[in-house]
Design a protein around this ligand. Structure first.
Ligand SMILES: [Ca+2]
Length: 251
């Protein structure tokens, strides 16, 4: 299993939890991390920071920014606060999008801009058989922010697994529960990022949307899917995933 992880890490904190959950899994062979939406360089630097904490060295690729209108609306402007001034200034290498083989699995937890672009410009992506997407309708953020891209991605001939917002919302941490993560450097970073996100968004709970997507892609059985014509859509999740997230991040 070769996972390619496409993310808008840095805004809603669930991407950072999802990336940590993935990188901590010894079974997962993470081939590349691609960043999408808005300032993809800042996002790549946040991914690099997480990789350094976890002592992994997966290539990080700066992807596409997305439609201008969506960037204006969804680049919230606090994302760089996850980085120190030094981390922000440290240059990052420009790498091409990855090559895909038949074992590649795509995990898409941001706008689908990068995937649609690669479908037109990077033929090896057509080798991918399975793709996991956070979002099930064109009204969900990741699909809505670049609808044109979403339509292209959903029309491509691969098996699509989609996580619905309704199911993903069942796994969430309150501010008090997030305190439990604080015992390690990684946990503290995630905790602080989560509080920043909750303060910004005025929310009380942090939903782990993107972690469900990773869990499903890893073949774990927490997320339940049913087939709807050509695609698989989530209909429930085992609440035990919440304990599992805590256990994995704290390990
Ligand atoms: Ca995301």
């Amino acid at each position: 299993m070769n996972i390619i992880f496409d993310t808008d890490v840095g805004t809603d904190v669930d991407d950072a939890f999802a990336l940590a959950y993935l990188l901590k899994n010894p079974e997962a062979n993470v081939k590349a991390i691609t960043t999408v939406m808005g300032n993809t360089e800042i996002r790549a630097k946040i991914a690099r920071k997480l990789e350094r904490m976890l002592q992994t060295n997966t290539p990080i690729i700066l992807g596409k920014s997305g439609p201008e209108e969506a960037v204006k609306k969804y680049w919230l402007g606090f994302e760089h606060l996850a980085l120190t001034e030094e981390e922000l200034q440290e240059p990052i290498e420009r790498l091409p999008f990855p090559k895909y083989d038949e074992d590649s699995i795509l995990v898409c937890i941001g706008t689908l801009t990068n995937i649609a672009w690669q479908l037109e410009n990077s033929p090896s992506i057509k080798n991918v058989k399975r793709i996991y997407i956070m979002g099930s309708s064109l009204e969900d953020h990741n699909l809505k922010a670049d609808q044109e891209a979403a339509k292209k991605v959903l029309a491509a001939p691969w098996t699509v697994y989609q996580i619905t917002k309704q199911v993903a919302k069942k796994i969430c941490f309150t501010r008090e529960e997030l305190e439990e993560f604080k015992s390690s450097r990684l946990g503290r970073f995630l905790y602080e990022s989560a509080i920043r996100w909750l303060d910004y968004s005025g929310k009380q709970n942090s939903a782990m949307y993107d972690v469900l997507t990773v869990s499903a892609a890893l073949g774990e059985k927490y997320v339940k899917f049913k087939q709807e014509s050509e695609r698989f859509v989530s209909y429930d999740v085992d609440p035990k995933l919440k304990d599992r997230i805590l256990e994995v991040i704290k390990s």
